[in-house]
Design a protein around this ligand. Structure first.
Ligand code: BEZ
Length: 231
């Protein structure tokens, strides 16, 4: 199904939320935002995901990244559900960096007409409510300061997202952006690991850009394209 994906500008929708009316471009302003959907309030996996987001919120904040949830239930329902989420979150022992917040400090938007989830490419083709109307999937778009989608995850209702992976992917995006797209992060990269130098960067340019140098993997092709550097 075609729809919003990486490289597209996020639509500038205005929606009600638990923090009042939100216009998406104004919310993004000049930072990074994670817009994430969940199928429905008061459901098991969604409650664990929202509780996990609450405990990771300070990690995203440290990186200057704001969170913006959305589902098709209304604001009154979201506000009631948040009480459950916070109660559940406060009983969980693990959170990144030892931070212990169980509060849902970020807004959750409401889309009872299901029009926004279509525009944001967040519809789950298989999950329907009691009236047979489509529910949101577990979609997550990371939107950059230019309002463009930089990364998207699309998970079905049965699979809760891994917030460590969301954080790792954000760290990768921010690292690549800091180096103006001249570096990328390899498989299973985590902050502190070496990055790879992008193919558009010549060895001469790389020597100037990376004072600690770089290491070229010795591969059978001898093409010298796999170069690791500290970032
Ligand atoms: C859940 O959050 O557990 C869920 C929500 C909608 C459909 C299936 C599962």
């Amino acid at each position: 199904m075609p729809g919003l994906t990486i490289g597209d500008t996020v639509p500038n929708l205005e929606l009600d939320s638990t923090h009042g009316k939100i216009r998406i471009h104004d919310f993004v302003a000049d930072g990074y935002v994670i817009i994430f959907s969940h199928p429905a309030d008061f459901t098991p996996v969604c409650t664990t995901e929202m509780a996990a987001m609450a405990s990771y919120a300070s990690e995203f904040e440290k990186r200057g990244v704001k969170l913006l949830g959305i589902s098709c239930d209304d604001v009154a329902s979201h506000k009631e559900w948040i009480k459950d989420v916070e109660a559940f979150s406060s009983k969980q022992s693990s959170s990144p960096g030892g931070a212990k917040s169980s509060k849902v400090t970020f807004p959750i938007m409401a889309d009872p007409e299901r029009s926004a989830i279509k525009e944001l490419n967040m519809v789950d083709p298989d999950e329907k409510d009691g009236k047979g109307v489509s529910l949101p999937s577990r979609t997550l778009h990371v939107v950059g300061p230019d309002k463009v989608v930089k990364l998207s995850f699309l998970y079905p209702a049965c699979t809760g997202r891994n917030m460590d992976e969301v954080l790792r992917a954000v760290d990768s995006l921010l690292t690549a952006a800091k180096h103006k797209g001249k570096v990328a992060t390899p498989a299973n990269w985590k902050p502190g690991d070496r990055a790879v130098i992008g193919p558009s960067v010549s060895d001469e340019e790389a020597k100037k850009m990376f004072p600690d140098g770089f290491e070229t993997a010795d591969l059978p092709s001898k093409k010298g394209y796999l170069r690791f550097t500290k970032v």
